[in-house]
Write a protein that binds this ligand. Sequence first.
Ligand code: NAD
Length: 484
Amino acid sequence: MVSRVIPVDPFDLVIFGGTGDLARRKILPSLFRRFVAGQIPDNALIIGAARSDLDQAGYRSFVAEALAEFLPAAQRTPEDVARFLDDVDYVKLDATGDEGWERLKDLARDDRVQAFYFSVAPSLFGAIAERLHRFGIARTDARIVVEKPFGHDLESARALNAALASHFAERQIYRIDHYLGKETVQNLMAVRFANILFEPLWSARYIDHVEITVAETVGVGGRGAYYDQSGAMRDMVQNHMMQLVCLIAMEAPYEFDPDAVRDEKLKVIHALQPVGMDDIVRGQYRAGADTQSYAEDVGNPASTTESYIAMKVEIANWRWKGTPFYLRTGKRLRARTSEIAIVFKEVPHSIFHDAIGWHENVLAIRLQPNEGMTLSVMIKEPGPGGMRLIEVPLDMSFAEALGAEGADIPDAYERLIMDVIRGNQTLFMRGDEVEAAWAWTDPIIRGWEEQGDRPRLYDAGSSGPEDSLMLMHRDKRRWREISE
Ligand code: NAD
């Protein structure tokens, strides 16, 4: 299979926060990989902009170190690194001061795509947007990329949207949700809308329920202070999991066009029902044999923030009425896995009275590890001995199906940054989507605060609090195993 790498147009990309963790771990290695793949033209310019006292040479060494730390040696020859570094520059500036901005203006070139990556705390978004405008740096076709968290609640999200909207049009704003850049997530759309097979079955008529699990084995790590202000609901459900719900539940857009897709996703968010407190279980991990408790990790013994959440979500429209979506996500769980399971209903009448074993068909879409899809179907067990049915998977692991190239699936950030340069907003969240998602999440969080709700404790390495099992059991359903 020949992969087609279509080079993007020449561009200037400024990374505000170019010395930060995200730039080191994701943005710079992703740019490098696309450069080596031949997608980035030689005359592109990547400019780090941050407060650190560095010059061009100092920043080039910083970038070289980041590549060495976050990419395997086989992926970076010294020649490629040297060629890449030729296109790297640095501007020292403070987002809240006025020094350095003139230099940034001097570097800007009119004849190329102009993009600004805001890889800084959201509190700086407004200051940067204002200066890009005031110093006459950003053109009217410039693109800006902003990172999560996009707000803490509806009010703060609105304020952020307003701060950006004072200087940039919505068509210029790229709100990153890296889940949308995952190959499998896009395949969800391909499977639904490029095959006749699934769409007729894709409704409450044939789907019993949908399960979305995002499980991590790690705790909050070094992000404790941030995480304790946020919790699983804000950190995972409001953005990533909500986006997955939208892609599963949305109607077919009239074409694969950014606004057509985002209009359909927005309708799903509007159709989400308010969630009752009985339909949510919050949890916090205990100390394990050699791991600290959540409260110890965040240094806040009285913390009531959840590191786990399970919830039952209903979508009130014709397609989905009666098919619950069960979402769960948490830290320090048994295995690291992200999976969407579409669990189909049983056949209306079984003709195999003596059959041994019976299961529902499940379309399982794995986001990590091993991106791929599996459809479980029932077949007859080979050989004599009656009509014994067994469940077998029809497996489509991308790495295997696509051969050696499949094993080298681009990271979500690689795809998304190239989409910014190409000017394609399909996989980015629109402002109204983000606000609608907060409008749905806010009352839930407010409910906990008003009731003084405390999360249930769960064991490190488990599947979450016992009560989360009940969420499914009382509907006569069972969670799928959390396994890799
Ligand atoms: P970081 O603290 O590691 O880096 C912050 C960067 O901003 C540094 O380069 C710093 O020099 C620069 N900076 C800080 N104040 C500045 C100022 N006044 N003027 C100019 N530059 C300034 O943060 P990070 O982890 O790289 O995160 C950046 C953004 O990305 C944050 O909004 C974060 O929430 C988001 N994010 C990070 C990750 C991640 O994995 N690190 C993941 C998702 C989202």
